[in-house]
Design a protein around this ligand. Structure first.
Ligand code: HXC
Length: 257
């Protein structure tokens, strides 16, 4: 499908989704979410995908938030639908078996910070700026910010970001657990390529299961999580991946997954 707000490229089993609205700093309209949902639902496009990089066009912004102009005329019912659409996208992204990587350069504000938090990895340039400025517009976050931010950075920092306009640059985002890697802007793609190289040499099913369990750990009691982990660990031994991975180690060769 031809998208109007996205650019999608794919090389082997790695795809890049670029939100392509640089004139409005890649602001998130309903159409952006509908197209991103369509991409995730497109089995042909996602078949065999191991990693998805999500980024914004241009150097100034990852995403400067939900489209403020488009929100001006929303009724409460339409606002509910818009929030749900964005939330459904974030959940669908988290549920994918492949790894998602937010490539954050420049502003990641409001909905931009929320989309980044739904990615498995957040790789930031030193020029990144994360924030949740919705209250300045008389709004609150609607794509998960009131829920995911405190889980990431702890409640005190989340409160400062959500209620008092605190922004985190790339280095601070790593210090506070919002991002995992920060590099100078010129090294952003190389840093992501290095992460992806490591993902690609590991076993796909093992990664998907690890991601599923680690994400679930945020939502369930430890005892349930440990039980799910043991079951999934056992299931590894019913598949080809563990046979190949272990055998390759013992034979001192690279595993072929
Ligand atoms: C629509 C936006 C936009 C946005 C920027 N633009 N952010 N349009 N929605 N979120 C547009 C500007 O209107 C401008 O258009 C162009 O992009 C360039 O932006 P400038 O403001 O001129 O750039 P600059 O002075 O460098 O300031 C950059 C900025 C600022 C600090 C990022 O644009 C800004 O504060 N943007 C809004 C950030 C924000 O509040 N985000 C949260 C949104 S609410 P023109 O036509 O003038 O060139 C949200 C809620 C999510 O995300 C939940 C919903 C359910």
């Amino acid at each position: 499908m031809g998208y109007e707000t996205l650019l999608i490229t794919r090389e082997a089993n790695v795809a890049t989704l670029t939100i392509n609205r640089p004139a409005v700093l890649n602001a998130l309209s309903a159409q952006v979410f509908q197209e991103m949902m369509h991409f995730l639902d497109d089995k042909t496009a996602t078949q065999g995908l191991r990693a998805l990089i999500i980024t914004g066009a241009g150097e100034k912004a990852f995403i400067a938030g939900a489209d403020i102009a488009a929100m001006q005329s929303l009724t409460p019912v339409q606002a509910l639908k818009f929030a749900r659409l964005g939330q459904d996208f974030t959940v669908k992204l988290e549920e994918q078996p492949f790894i998602s990587i937010a490539r954050v350069q420049g502003y990641a504000l409001g909905g931009g910070c929320e989309v980044a938090m739904a990615c498995d990895f957040v790789v930031a340039s030193e020029t990144a700026l994360f924030g949740q400025p919705e209250v300045d517009l008389g709004l609150i976050p609607g794509f998960g910010g009131t829920q995911r931010l405190a889980r990431r950075v702890g409640l005190p920092m989340a409160m400062e970001m959500l209620c008092a306009g605190r922004k985190l640059n790339g280095k601070e985002a790593v210090q506070h657990g919002l991002a995992s890697t920060v590099v100078p802007a010129a090294e952003l793609d190389a840093a992501i390529a290095k992460i992806i190289k490591n993902i690609l040499k590991a076993a796909p099913h093992a990664i998907a299961e690890t991601k599923r369990l680690a994400r679930a750990s945020l939502e369930q009691p430890l005892s349930s999580g440990l039980s799910a982990e043991a079951t999934a660990f056992a299931t590894c031994f019913a598949g080809e991946e563990s046979r190949e991975g272990i055998q390759a180690f013992l034979e001192k060769r690279k595993a072929q997954f």
